[in-house]
Design a protein around this ligand. Sequence first.
Ligand code: UN1
Length: 513
Amino acid sequence: MATMTQSGEKESDMTGPREAKNLIAGEWKDAASGARFDSVNPANTQEVVGTAPDSDERDVDAAVRAAKAAFPAWSKLSWVRRGEILDNFAQLIKRDTEAMSRLVTRECGKPINEGRADVIESLHMVQFAAALGRLPIGECISSEIPEKDAYIRRKPKGVVACISPWNFPMAIPLWEMTPSLVSGNTVVLKPSEETPICADYLFRLMAEAGFPPGVINIVHGQGETAGAPLVAHPDVDVVLFTGSYQVGKIVQRQAAAEAHKFVATEMGGKNALIVLDDADLNIAVPAALLSAFKTSGQRCVTSNRLIVDRKLVDRFQEQFLEMVDRIKIGDGLREDVFMGPLINDGGVKKFLHHNAKAKEEGATVLRDGGALTDGDYANGHFVKPFVYRMEYRPNTFCLREEAFSPHVAIIPVDGVEQAVEVYNDTDYGLAMAVVTEDYRKWRYVRDHADYGLGYVNLPSIGAEVHLPFGGVKNSGNGHPSAEGLIDAVTHRTAFTVNHAREIVMAQGLSTKI
Ligand code: UN1
């Protein structure tokens, strides 16, 4: 018998394939070409989670036009009113949390606890943006001339194009969309082609929450045929991109073709956990496990490098491997699973390539992670952790390039200064965690390492939405996501009012005519 979820949907509807649609100007639509693509469960690729429109530039153009047409009325509403609609949306996420979490796990493979965390992070982002509707935004400042009042006001920029990845299929689209919406912009989302059904779920809730037609638009499809025309569209004012460095730099170049267009890119990382000689191993070992293997190493804040002081590296290694051997790998819907599958075949190939390179580069392999292909693993993209020890050498591929998989190096170092030197030897600079009891040492790391997100006695994962999320070097172009995006999607405009009966100029400028 079909059971009902809290949202009133039949359980059978939740587990059967769902049909995602584009939402353009308030109407649910197929792609102009009529083509569709499948989204499959990475734990069992024979299970089709749903299908989605394979859109092209015609659909993108219609969505951008709809967003542009909706902008004048939406931007004229008060921040408070827009925040109230976001609050409606937050209530719907609360209602559907469990169904959404299970969908995240089925569509991107993350274990159910991580599916729930993704949905909770989404809820937090919507709550944060809704609250912004009632917080003081902008500034009132004094002028040189007492009779003048000067203000800095935040104005929405217009149409915001959002391009989001599959690894946080609920949270990251909302990092991008909710600061844009509360500040008065309209949006077009092109979600990852790996997780269209999660994005469809979000849009069905947003439509139910009462966003007016054209304010929120979604166009499903592939990067080249739907993402590229969206980035290039002349009526797009802002592009918010979260994804790989390789794609992000193309997006940056494409968006730069138009002077008015602003782009914020959030890209990869080759992050690290630094374990110093005085570290508490009861913190360092679990912090290493969480940093390396949550989401099967597929977070941009994953640590592929464990930089450990030589004085305790052997003890650390022994305890770390003992925990690695206890990791349960499998279908994430099982509550006891710690590591789900990789997202697709390309992810497995990348993992195996990085492992082979590490061997070539002289790694001492401690756990030889390969693909799991038998029994329960036969139809999914499952792999085992790859763990190796390696003495540091500059310009080593496996120590510098992001693997986006459970590929982990233990690198012995001598002291905090060398730890930071090794940490900085990559073109990325996203997340850094250090384990130490000594405030002088963490202060040294704080001031000399390149990162956007720094942690002490914690893993390198687990940022909260009311902080800016972003990195330096090739990890981003300096415009962080989540809280940080308000700066990207609004203009800070200066506005000055004269209350005198005559004109008095700043800088002593004469008004004599
Ligand atoms: C990502 O790594 O791709 O900080 C996003 C975290 C999460 C977001 C990660 N809040 O781990």
